[in-house]
Design a protein around this ligand. Structure first.
Ligand SMILES: NC(=O)c1ccc[n+]([C@@H]2O[C@H](COP(=O)([O-])OP(=O)(O)OC[C@H]3O[C@@H](n4cnc5c(N)ncnc54)[C@H](O)[C@@H]3O)[C@@H](O)[C@H]2O)c1
Length: 351
């Protein structure tokens, strides 16, 4: 059985999704939609998608929302009201209250919400999760994550909307989702933000002003007391800091960048001086790449158990991000709601 699905928003990231969805037997990509009709037509032709439709005309079981973030809620709400489940790119919404309302709307209509990022479903984070579950590094003590970059204006022709989100809302979901999956939901945060260089220059030479902080440091605490440091920045010209490390009483795990689906996980055990490589975890999906989260949701719609890339998880990530902003603005420690993800975790592994 495969789930009939449609893509809304035929831009940059949709190309990767189309390749993943077309290669999987779990979904049937039958329709696509874009506010720019010609873009949708060309996308459909490129990926052998049978139908181009407006959002109102879509009639599938699952709609994949790949529009710019400011439109995620509007487009997803329309699909939900028409009785379709939705999978939404990151960030789920621009605020946690909008995201919570969207999840409530879906519950009212009896449909499901899945959400990006899905990189944590890929072998690197899954290998690390297995290592933690089997006690390979003992009890987790602390973790660190970093996305340190000079900013997307080097390569992105229209980077302004990304600077309205800032590095934490734009890129933080990859790092936070992986950390929460590996460790536990977050209960409290502290933060510090700066915007030292708000005037940015595009490759074209044109300038624009960043509206969100461009460097964010955060100190998080998980439900079981593990300390996590997270830095996201568009102000760093070079770094040797790793993307993601987890420290345990019996060893350390070093993960590749959780913005991607590939790479090796390194392990150093207590008392040893060399590093081993973890064997890659076997994937439960028939394709690895951006769009795996859609397959995760399709599996649930087919009756295959609880999904992992859920709207509840994405909402929690958004709540962490918002709380970091409040903590930084007020110089306080902020509590983070986590009831839904904690309850889901208590039920045990999703599949
Ligand atoms: N570009 C990337 O590398 C990347 C990677 C991961 C995640 N994302 C996420 O994917 C989403 C899309 O990003 P992108 O880079 O592909 O953007 P994009 O601007 O390249 O594409 C967005 C598409 O949505 C269309 N669109 C806008 N409003 C619409 C509407 N109301 N109805 C239908 N279509 C509409 C646009 O015409 C455009 O074709 C964002 O949420 C982003 O955060 C992007």
């Amino acid at each position: 059985m495969s789930i009939r699905c449609a893509i809304v928003g035929c831009g940059l990231v949709a190309e990767e999704y189309a390749r993943t969805l077309k290669a999987s037997s779990l979904v049937d990509l039958v329709s696509c939609s874009d506010i720019e009709a010609e873009r949708a037509q060309a996308f459909a032709a490129r990926h052998a998608i049978g139908e181009v439709a407006s959002v109102d005309e879509l009639d599938t079981e699952l709609v994949v929302v790949l529009t710019p973030p400011a439109l995620h809620v509007e487009v997803a709400s329309a699909a939900i009201r028409a009785g379709m489940s939705v999978y939404i790119e990151k960030p789920l919404a621009l605020s946690s209250s909008d995201a919570a309302s969207l999840l409530a709307l879906a519950a009212d209509h009896g449909v499901l919400v899945g959400a990006a990022p899905d990189t944590f479903l890929a072998p690197p984070v899954q290998s690390a999760a297995q290592a933690l579950a089997t006690g390979l590094i003992g009890e987790p003590v602390a973790a660190t994550a970093a996305l340190l970059s000079p900013g997307p204006e080097r390569w992105h022709p229209h980077p302004e909307p990304i600077y309205d989100l800032g590095p934490l809302l734009d890129m933080g979901p990859y790092y936070l989702t992986a950390l929460i999956h590996l460790l536990n939901p977050i209960t409290s945060v502290r933060g510090a933000t700066t915007a030292i260089r708000p005037l940015r220059t595009k490759a074209s030479g044109d300038t624009f002003t960043a509206t969100a902080p461009t460097h964010v440091d955060a100190l998080l605490q998980t439900a079981d007391g593990v300390s996590v440091t997270v830095t996201t920045s568009f102000d760093v010209q070079g770094t040797t800091r790793p993307h993601l490390e987890v420290y345990g009483t019996e060893g350390t795990l070093v993960l590749p960048d959780p913005n991607f689906h590939h790479g090796v996980v390194r392990l150093r055990r207590r008392g040893e001086v060399t590093w081993d490589f973890l064997a890659p975890a076997l994937s439960r999906f028939d394709v690895i790449g951006r769009g795996m989260g859609v397959l995760d949701l399709a599996g649930t719609l087919c009756g295959g158990g609880r999904g992992q890339a859920t709207g509840d998880l994405a909402l929690h990530v958004l709540q962490v991000i918002e709380a970091i902003g409040w903590a930084a603005a007020t110089g306080t420690c902020q509590a983070v709601p986590n009831a839904a993800v904690t309850a889901a975790r208590a039920k045990g592994p999703a599949r």
